[in-house]
Write a protein that binds this ligand. Structure first.
Ligand code: MF3
Ligand code: CO
Length: 250
């Protein structure tokens, strides 16, 4: 599949999908209190999808069984909602997606459950900062690798490590389109971004080593050293006026 440019009308539909995703994340963040299960969070997200008459892009994706991913503590990404009960002091990464009129949105954020450690708080702040540093380069004339370089500089500058095995992606009529968007690398390489390119940028940042391990369920990705991991993601369009983050509330 070639890398496609989206028209203003198409971006308007992606914006609507993005609003639904932001609403799912907001509802899950509010619900993420000690005692609630990750399956409860999936239910909260399903209710938003139903209310907005949006479809799930996660459910059934290569057989995936839920509408969100819930990844607590040392889980990096793709944790499956189930009977895990959130505890005071946990961090939990929630990844949400939605489809409106065939157009996709995808976003994630890591949420503190009650009072969390200073170390965990710093991991969350730095990972979100690294995402925004990357978003800054989702603009006309920038090179694809400028994004990952900016992410890596912020994350590693704070003493954390960046996951290599999982990357961001193009987004549009499919959740995962070309190109891949790594969260590391040298600047000034790869394709030149144009108005109409739409990307999901999604740094996964570990407190310890960057190595990952896949659990037996075939989905859940954890840190090899058991350290905490955070994940922040937005879907972004390149516009004449710079980056437009699509996965935000109105
Ligand atoms: N939203 C994830 C991503 O950012 C993909 C989730 S796929 C699923 O690329 F099958 F786990 F839902
Ligand atoms: Co994504």
């Amino acid at each position: 599949m070639p890398i496609t440019l989206k028209s203003a009308e198409e971006i308007a539909k992606m914006r609507r999908a993005g609003r639904v995703v932001a609403e799912m994340l907001e509802a899950c963040a509010t619900a993420a209190r000690p005692g609630i299960t990750t399956a409860d969070l999936d239910k909260v997200a399903r209710e938003v999808l139903a209310k907005r008459r949006a479809k799930s892009n996660f459910l059934g994706y290569h057989g995936y069984p839920a509408v969100i991913c819930t990844s607590p503590n040392d889980v990096i990404v793709h944790g499956i909602p189930g009977d895990y009960r959130l505890e005071e002091g946990d961090i939990i990464s929630i990844d949400c997606g939605a489809i409106i009129e065939g157009w996709h949105g995808d976003a994630a954020r890591t949420i503190p459950v009650g009072e969390i450690s200073e170390e965990a708080r710093k991991l969350l702040t730095v990972t979100e900062d690294s995402l925004w540093a990357g978003i800054e380069h989702v603009r006309k004339g920038a090179r694809l690798s400028d994004i990952g370089h900016a992410v890596q500089t912020v994350a590693e500058g704070a003493g954390f490590s960046v996951v290599r095995e999982y990357v961001g992606h193009g987004i549009g009529r499919a959740m995962h389109e070309e190109p891949q968007v790594p969260n590391y690398g040298d600047p000034g390489k790869g394709m030149k971004l144009k108005v109409g390119h739409c990307l999901a940028v999604e740094p996964m940042v570990n407190l310890g080593s960057p190595e990952t391990q896949l659990n037996d369920d075939g989905w859940t990705v954890i840190t090899a050293d058991g350290s905490l991991s955070a994940h922040f993601e937005h879907s972004i369009a390149v516009t004449e006026d710079g980056p437009e983050v699509l996965t935000v509330l109105d």
